[in-house]
Design a protein around this ligand. Structure first.
Ligand code: AMP
Ligand code: ZN
Length: 498
């Protein structure tokens, strides 16, 4: 099998580029992580599913992946520019809790979602407050040439670097509309890299610096953590499409100031060779905005009875650069599709003879390839071409389904081998999920699965004895408890709740 070259869309050049690693055989990736002032919504989690698929694809290509995701626990304002309050401080004040406790709680909640969505652990989670001394050193290094002080903090002068705003296709003059004015700024797009604590106030999180007590700016944090752990230039920087407008142009400006002030015709001067952005998950009634109060969390999907990997599949069905609309019907359709995949893999795995699925999962990529025969090999080639084409997961899923849909007992080994290979990129846990795991099971239901199974067994007995009155009565009892009995369901789902 020949590996297709991996092409990725670079937001900086707005074009598809063949991935050429900065360090031979390696891929170093930085993903802007969550600000842990609240639960993530499922839109936020789309950003990490995307970054996970990218990381898995780089591993699939045989590259040694170093992936870093940060946790922002200080410095992110309620407005991406320099207006508003620190999100963490605002929540801590509302809850009358310490910022540290808030950060810990929401970091754990985010990690629970990461796990539920089968997002692989990155090599490192960098927590912003662990890097403040390095942030001060970085800021000191660029302050003389690129910054100026105002009463409220140390500001970055965006006119001191070439091509400011290229990523957003904006420039310093266009800053007014998108960025709140601060008295004394030289350019509208200038931004704070250190925010001083106002005289007479004490913040829960503040550090001494050459510019007085205060806290780092959010953009500074990502420049420092990415450069510290991965070294400039690294390969790929990811984030949601909103970061293309302000956060990432500002990171780039700082990286240029830190490394060299040369322009961005050579993307490496931006600090990363490739900048990638996932598009948004949207929802018609605005449930994707945390400021709207009630918003869509992964836990809500789980509470309604949906397996979280159905949401992962929903994300994979769309290209990461396309907007994706969330709907419950869409989630239901993804769940049904996932169930069909699981059933196909399960039925092949059940008929494996010489080797178990567990043993097969221990085989290396080459050994798995050897087990493929022509038809699965062709599917794998389609799959490889799809993911190599800027992570076209929608096409990759079709190739996957073609492979697991091949009929004939002689091909069982080959089907399981191809499923293991492809799922290493898709991350849908297709070898360990069972049909029963995917059953809709709302949290609010009081009847247990064992009770349902026992009632269904009694009903089967009644039907066998042609006692249809008893069989109907059992069915009615189940219906009264919210259980829908699904006789003859083509997916073999005998019942569902809710
Ligand atoms: P935040 O915690 O607000 O910094 O956001 C975490 C990540 O989610 C960032 O990469 C955002 O760009 C991304 N993001 C925010 N809203 C959405 C959305 N509706 N759909 C997809 N990604 C999003
Ligand atoms: Zn960031």
């Amino acid at each position: 099998m020949t590996d297709a070259p991996l092409k990725l869309f670079n937001s900086l050049t707005r074009s598809l580029e063949v991935f050429e690693p900065v360090h031979a055989g390696e891929a170093r990736v930085y993903t802007c992580g969550p600000t842990v002032y609240n639960y993530p919504h499922i839109g936020n989690m789309r950003a990490y599913v995307f970054a996970d698929v990218l990381g898995r694809t780089l591993s699939w290509k045989g590259l040694k992946l170093t992936h870093v995701i940060n946790i922002t626990d200080v410095g992110h304002l309620t407005d991406d520019a320099d207006a508003g309050e620190d999100k963490m401080e605002k929540m801590a004040a509302e809850r009358a809790q310490s910022i540290w406790d808030i950060a810990e709680h929401y970091k754990q909640a985010y990690w629970a979602d990461v796990k539920a969505l089968n997002i692989r652990q990155p090599a490192q989670w960098t927590v912003a407050t662990d890097y403040v001394p390095q942030m001060i050193t970085f800021a000191k290094g660029i302050a003389d040439k690129h910054c100026y002080e105002l009463e409220s903090g140390l500001y970055f002068d965006v006119s001191t670097v070439a091509d400011y705003g290229r990523l957003a296709r904006a420039n310093t003059e266009e800053g007014e509309g998108r960025i709140e004015a601060v008295e004394g700024k030289r350019n509208a797009a200038d931004f704070a890299i250190w925010r001083k604590t106002p005289a007479g106030e004490t913040r829960q999180m503040e550090w001494d610096s050459p510019w007085g007590k205060g806290a780092p700016g959010w953009h500074l944090e990502c420049s420092v953590m990415s450069g510290e752990v991965l070294g400039f230039p690294f390969d790929i920087h990811t984030g949601g499409i909103d970061h293309r407008e302000i956060h990432h142009p500002n990171e780039i400006a700082q990286n240029q100031a830190h490394c060299c002030t040369n322009g961005l015709d050579d993307p490496r001067n931006s600090g990363a060779k490739i900048w990638m952005h996932n598009n948004f998950l949207v929802e018609r009634s605005g449930k994707m905005s945390k400021s709207s109060g009630e918003f869509l969390r992964l836990q809500l999907l789980i509470d309604k009875g949906y397996h979280p990997l159905a949401y992962r599949l929903m994300c994979l069905q769309a290209h990461y650069r396309s907007e994706l609309e969330f709907s419950w019907e869409g989630l239901q359709a993804a769940l049904t599709r996932l169930k069909r995949m699981v059933m196909a893999v399960e039925s092949s795995a059940r008929t494996l003879q010489q080797i178990s699925v567990d043993e097969m999962q221990l085989l290396g990529r080459e050994e798995l390839f050897e087990r493929l025969e022509d038809r699965t090999r062709q599917c794998l080639e389609r799959f490889e071409a799809a993911i190599s084409d800027d992570l076209n997961t929608a096409e990759a899923l079709v190739a996957f389904e073609a492979a697991i849909g091949i009929k004939g007992a002689a091909f069982v080994d080959t089907i399981v081998a191809s499923a293991i290979l492809m799922d290493s990129v898709l991350g849908l846990n297709l070898l360990s999920l069972t049909r029963a795991d995917l059953r809709i099971r709302p949290k609010s239901a009081t009847i247990t699965e064992d009770e349902i199974e026992a009632a269904l067994a009694r009903r089967k007995g009644a039907r066998a004895a042609k006692d249809f009155a008893a069989s109907d009565a059992i069915r009615d009892e189940l219906t009264a408890q919210g259980v829908e009995v699904m006789d003859g369901d083509p997916l073999g789902w005998e019942w569902k709740l809710g």
